[in-house]
Write a protein that binds this ligand. Structure first.
Ligand SMILES: [Zn+2]
Ligand SMILES: [Zn+2]
Length: 387
């Protein structure tokens, strides 16, 4: 049986050759490969990726802690330009600058109430590795590769996305800077503005000064929280937190955050963005009675904490927050406006890499040398349509 026999003589193989960083086995490394990407269906959008953020969730999945299983193309903070839209797609056109976020169905009660992160179809749409009908969008010489990750799989030169997770943004904004708006920045800022909703003059503390924690800190500063306490173990991150508006710093390698924040009278609002269990426990302890703590740190599935019931009794609220409980369609353009007006200086967090240097970006991120790596996709090796 020849290849022609399988495909059908004269039958066109729609789609295009793309370049992508493929996770071939648990634990990596990422390997740059040429893959075949399907042509967009009627409800899909083809986006040329300009740049994509690297998030800790990508690293957790590469370690095999969560699906999809390898071989896979991860990446979920893509920013790029629309190249082609399916016949049923409305509101997007070739040439539009877009930021990609997580996907959602648009029809279920959660989507209808503008909380798409609780979409009933969140898992099949975002981490199944394929379309909801089971077909793969990505093929390699060795067989299908899991794609559709968070509705995109953006460690690639091109992706297929849906209109709901393809967010049009203003063209005067630097597109290569905007990918993290789709996850880390949305998560950090949204947790403060959408969920905690502190008012000016209230006390705020953030545990973990990575991209998410520092985005939360920027939002607290924007609202006018005071004091603003930043907690981390990396001195350079604490210095950056100070430059971004922290009034007090706690280096956990030399000081106890419970003591330091306790001496300030505790914090009315706390963000736990480190995913470290000891930090979670300390965050609950420093929370004032009646205060609210948002938990958004990526964590290992088995992570378990111990809380004192008496301490937690007096009106303390602990709430898990995913993607800032935001509706990306409206929230991402708002974040871009904040960035352009100087109120959300995410340029202070980023360092650029070529997509080919993704393994270096992972190493720098894990070592704390880079807060938010952004991978520039560059030109694909070929955009010739196979046929
Ligand atoms: Zn993420
Ligand atoms: Zn839904």
């Amino acid at each position: 049986l020849t290849l022609e026999g399988i495909v059908g003589v004269g039958e066109e193989v729609a789609g295009m050759k793309i370049r992508a960083a493929v996770m071939r086995r648990v634990g990596g490394p990422f390997e740059l490969e040429d893959l075949q990407l399907d042509a967009p269906r009627a409800d899909e959008v083809l986006v040329r990726i300009v740049a994509t953020g690297l998030c800790h969730t990508d690293i957790y999945i590469a370690e095999g802690l969560y699906p999809p299983a390898p071989p896979s193309v991860l990446g979920h903070e893509g920013a790029g330009v629309v190249e082609q839209v399916g016949a049923e797609v409305e509101g997007l056109a070739p040439g539009d600058h877009v930021v990609l976020s997580f996907d959602s169905c648009g029809h279920c009660p959660a989507c209808q109430s503008l909380h798409p992160v609780f979409c009933e179809h969140y898992f099949p749409l975002n981490i199944s590795g394929c379309r909801t009908d089971g077909t793969h969008t990505l093929q390699s010489a060795a067989g299908p590769v899991a794609g559709c990750f968070l509705g995109q799989s953006s460690f690639a030169s091109h992706v297929l996305a849906h209109p709901r997770n393809t967010i049009k943004v203003r063209k005067d904004a630097p597109l290569d800077m905007l990918g993290p708006m789709g996850c880390a920045i949305q998560t950090g800022v949204g947790s403060v503005l959408n969920v905690l909703q502190p008012t000016a003059g209230t006390s705020f503390a953030v545990f973990g000064c990575g991209a998410v924690g520092l985005a939360a800190l920027m939002a607290a500063k924007y609202v006018g929280c005071d004091p603003i306490v930043a907690v981390d173990k990396v001195g350079s991150r604490l210095e950056l937190a100070k430059a971004l508006g922290a009034s007090h710093l706690v280096d956990v390698s030399t000081a106890d955050p419970v003591e330091t924040i306790g001496a300030l009278g505790g914090a009315q609002y706390v963000i736990e963005a480190s995913g470290v269990t000891a930090a979670f426990e300390a965050a609950v302890k420093v929370l004032r009675y009646g205060g609210v703590m948002g938990m958004l740190g990526g964590h290992r599935p088995e992570a378990t904490v111990t809380l004192n019931m008496q301490d937690s009794f007096f009106g303390k609220t602990i709430t898990g927050i995913v993607e800032g409980n935001a509706d990306p369609k409206t929230f991402i353009p708002y974040l871009v406006d904040l960035f352009m007006s100087g109120d959300l200086p995410i340029d202070r967090l980023v360092r650029f890499y070529a997509l080919d240097d993704i393994n270096q970006a992972v190493a720098d991120s894990l070592a704390g040398r880079t807060i938010k790596p952004i991978l520039r996709a560059g030109a694909p090796t070929s955009s010739i349509r196979a046929g």
